[in-house]
Design a protein around this ligand. Sequence first.
Ligand code: WT7
Length: 649
Amino acid sequence: MAQTTLSNLLHETRRFDPPADLAAAANLKADAYAAADADRLGFWAKQAERITWETPFTDVLDWSNPPFAKWYVGGKLNAAYNCLDRHVEAGNGDRVAYYFEGEPGDTRTITYSQLKDEVCQAANALIELGVKTGDRIAIYLPMIPETVVAMLACARLGAPHTVVFGGFSASALRDRITDCQAEIVITADGGNRKGKPSALKPAVDEAVKECPDVRNVLVIKRTGQDVDWTDGRDLWWDDVVGKQSTEHTAEAFDAEHPLYVMYTSGTTGKPKGILHTTGGYLVGTSYTHWSVFDIKPETDVYWTAADIGWVTGHSYIVYGPLANGTTSIMYEGTPDTPHPGRWWEIVEKYKATILYCAPTAIRTFMKVGAEIPAKSDLTSLRLIGSVGEPINPEAYVWYRDTIGGGKTPVVDTWWQTETGMIMISPLPGVTSGKPGSAMNALPGVVADVVDDAGESVPDGSGGYLVLKEPWPAMLRTIWGDDERYVDTYWSRFKGVYFAGDGAKKDEDGDLWVLGRVDDVMNVSGHRLSTTEIESALVSHPKVAEAAVVGASDVTTGQAVVAFVILRTSADGGGGDVVDELRKHVSARIGAIARPRSILVVSELPKTRSGKIMRRLLRDVAEDREVGDVSTLADDSVMGAITEGMQPAR
Ligand code: WT7
C-alpha cells in the first residue's frame, strides 16, 4: 500500500555525489559509521573530548532507569566556559563570534573575547539581582547579540533559561513563565521586523501581571520605542549590566545540570517544556555541527538563518557553533526587507560558506524567482542545509542549483526540539545525496522505521520513525511532568523513542521522513502522505507552494484538499489550472491521490518559524470556523484565504 502511494518520491533517481575536495578534507569520513556501530558508547566518549571538562566523567551513559538517561556521569563542566573562555585562553579571542546584521542595516562585529566580557558582565548583573544556581530565567527577545549574551549568562550561573520566541503572544509567554516558574524576564523594547519596530515589552507587561514569581524585568533598548515602566520591577539592561566587571569565574556544574527548557509549539493544551541538560547537549550539538556542516572554524563563515527562539537557533546559532569556535552570521529581520534579495546580499557581504535554513524559505525564494539570488555573488557557499520539514525534491534541486551553484552538497537534516541535535542527515563528504531524503542516522545514532507492532520494516516499506538507543542531547524529561514524558515518547513502542513522524526506507535502506503521522491521510483505506502530494503539486511548473490536508469525507474517510500558491508567472487561478493540477497529481502518484478540491490562494498560514498550520487549513477544508490563529506570523492570512479562495471541485 505505502509502496504505491510513495512511488512519486521513490521514483526520484537523481544522485549528487560529494565534491572531491570536500570529501578529501571532510571532518567525518565513512569509517565513522563502523566505528560507532562497533562501540557506540566508546564513540560518544570520544566525541566528548571536544568539550573541556573540569572534572572528567566516570561513565558515558547510565541507562539503568530508562527512559531517564544520565550522560557523562560524574563529569562537571560549564557551558559558557566551553563556548567562550576556553577559546580566548587558546589565543582565539580575536576571532569573530558573530557578524550581526540588524534589519535596518546597523551592524556589529563581536569577537570571542568581547562576547566573553559581555557575558561575564551580564552574569554579574544577574548575581546582583539575586539569581542563584537552578533559578529559571525567561528570555523574550528579538534576534540581537544580547539574546546570546543573556542565554550564556544564565548558562554560566547554572540558571536554566527558557527562551520564548518573540512572535508568541502575551498569554503564551505567561503560560511558559508560569510553567517553569521563572523569576526574571529579559526582554527588549522591541525588534525590527518588516521594516518597522515591533514591540515586545507590552506583551511582557501583560504576561507578568499574572506571574507573581517574576521580580524583575530587564529591558534591552533595541528600537528606542516608548515603553510603559513599572518602577522597582523594570530595569534597563544597560544600567544594570553596563556597570559590571568583565571578570567572572565560571563554576562547573554536573553534566546533568539543567541547561534550558524549550517549549514546543503547535500542540493544543498545556505547552510541553522540553528539558535539555548540560554535558550531553553540548557534546551532541558540537559533534553534529562539526560533522554535518563540516565546520572548519578558522575559515568558515556559518549562517543558520533561523530564530534563536527555536531549538534550531539554540543548537546551531548558539551552543554548537560557539562550542566549536565558529564565526557565525546573525540576522535580525525578515528575508524580504527592504528587498527580496536581502539574504543573498548578506551571503555576499560576509562571504558565507555555509547556509542552513528551512524548506519553506527555499520555496518562497523559488516563488519570487531565480533572478533575485542571481544578483548576488553566492560562490562563497560550499555547503547548504535544510531543516524543519520534509524538503520536496524540486525545492532541493532548486536550492542546490540556484543557491548552491549546482555544486554544493545539500544536507537535509532531520531532528526535533526533543532530540536537541541533528539525528538523520547525509554526511557532506561521504553521502551521495538523494533529493528529498534525509538519508541516514548519523554515526552514533540508531534510527529505524517500524510497523504498528513495533517491528522493523523491510527496505522499500513505510512506517513510524523511532530512535532505538539513547543519544547525548536527548530531552531528559518534560519539565515537571515525568509521566507525560514517558507517555508521549516512550510508550507507543516498547523501549524505543517514538518521534511522531512517518518515514520510509527505500530499496537502499535510506530514510525518507514523510512528516508527522497526524499529517498522514487515509483515503479509502489507502495511506497517503501530505508531503508526497505537495511534492507532486510543486513539481508542476505553475505551482510555487502547496499545502495538503486530509478533510473528513463521508465516502472515503478522508479526502485530499490542496491549497496552492501559483508562481507569479502563471496566469490566473481559474478552473483550468485546477483541472490541470488534479490531473498532474493523478499522473504523478495515482488517481487515489487526486485532490478532491484545489484552492488557489495567495498565501498560506504559517507560524513565525515557517511551519504551515495545516490545522487551520483543515478547518477551511472542512468548512468549520477557523480555530486559534494566535501563533500565525500574519494573522490576516486566514481571512484572505476564506474570502478569496475559489473552490473548484
Ligand atoms: C518536526 C520537529 C528540528 C528543528 C526544527 C523543528 C519535522 C524536522 C525535518 C526534515 C522532514 C522534518 C518533523 C519533526 N522535521 N526536520 N529534515 N525532514 N521533517 O523542530 O518544531 O521540534 O519539529 O519537524 O516532523 O518531528 P520541531
